[in-house]
Design a protein around this ligand. Sequence first.
Ligand code: ATP
Ligand code: MG
Length: 450
Amino acid sequence: MTIVECDPATNAAALIAVSAVFRSIGRVLICLDRDFHVVHSSSLLQRLTGDEVASAVVGHPVSQLLGEELFGAGGTLRQHLERGEMREGWRAAMPTGDGGTRTVSLTAAPFVPDESGICDPRVKFIIVLRPAEEDPLAGTAGPTVFFGMVARSASMARIFSLVQNLQASDATILLTGDSGTGKEVLARAVHANSTRRRGRFVAVNCAALPGELLEAELFGHVRGAFTGAVRDRVGRFELASGGTLFLDEVGDVPLHLQAKLLRVLQERTFERVGESVSRSTDARIIAATNIDLRRAIAEGRFREDLFYRLRVVPIDIPPLRARREDIEPLAHSLLARVAARHGRELRYSPEAVRAMLRYPWPGNVREMENAIEYAVAVVKGQTIHTDDLPIEIVEATEPQIARASVRGGDEIRSIRTALESHHWNREETALALGISRTTLWRKMRELGLT
Ligand SMILES: Nc1ncnc2c1ncn2[C@@H]1O[C@H](COP(=O)(O)OP(=O)(O)OP(=O)(O)O)[C@@H](O)[C@H]1O
Ligand SMILES: [Mg+2]
């Protein structure tokens, strides 16, 4: 290791030059020592915070400028830096001299000095700031947490802001999206964010019960209405009065019940099974499905009038592969959640994060949750490595295959070529392609190369 002798004059000159570079591109550079105290800050900071704040920064903990939550002892960003990790696109509110705050977007990284001797040896971390309003990803860059849901993508940010705008509304919502995308958590978030939050959130899985039982579940029944109905029972529509009724898998409601459902939605009245008294409910309805209701309508399995009654406010949650920016914040927050449940504190190796970023997540957030449960169960130390992830994620990260699977034709060609040049020896071919033998064998079968 080279010990760098630092010449204070050279150091000061270098810093003035660097500061000018950052000012020219509208950024502020802040250098921190190992205790997260500010060693230097570049001149543009004054313009963002005013002289008073800017002049009092050097020599003080950066948490005074950018917040305890990020940089205090145990602060999230501080932890990443201490582990040697860089983080981009975070947001912080900085005090301005007039008692207000200014939101900035920031990138923070451990500082890696070269051997020129120009660098101040005290500097261990650097932060680059810019005003958030100049950030092209404003509002979506850092992860957002919305009633327990984590996301960073613009598409989820739009959904969260729609839900916020619906706060005072009782409008019926139809949630669509692939399995595991978060329809139920979003339904709960809508309820928790609404004026009905003190009422109940009642969930019914319409796919779990056969027709008559589902009817009794939804509307209630009187004693003797059918075999097994030994006493009167309140239905879910009544239970959810004053609150929210979540009709999950609504696409599976049988046709004859769809007519009754339509009536409750239109008139807010219903009868318990075996009774003729009309009752009313004011439950707010949120329905969800992962089947294509338009197709179900075309095939005569779903009533069109009910479809339009349900989709007063349609919300479609995109699959995870269509919002890849969400993968990393989800992976971290789900790990924190799962690990805490097991009383552990775990982290990912950078390769494990990369593997997760490359994987297409056909089962969406639920699949990620399960993958993390698996990793937490098998991991030996404190760090989850690629090997600790389920096999399908590991396989998908093998670069040639990941690239090739995008282009089927090329994939056949590249695998065939590799096989031929290794005289169809699978072990050698797999080695050459950088994939496992089982993956190669599976690909060969899929592509008809056996
Ligand atoms: N944005 C998110 N942030 C944090 N956790 C999430 C998010 N989205 C989904 N999850 C978690 O993923 C799991 C699956 O979500 P959920 O049950 O809401 O999916 P779903 O769309 O209802 O799936 P299905 O159609 O299979 O019923 C849950 O444990 C949920 O907490
Ligand atoms: Mg669900």
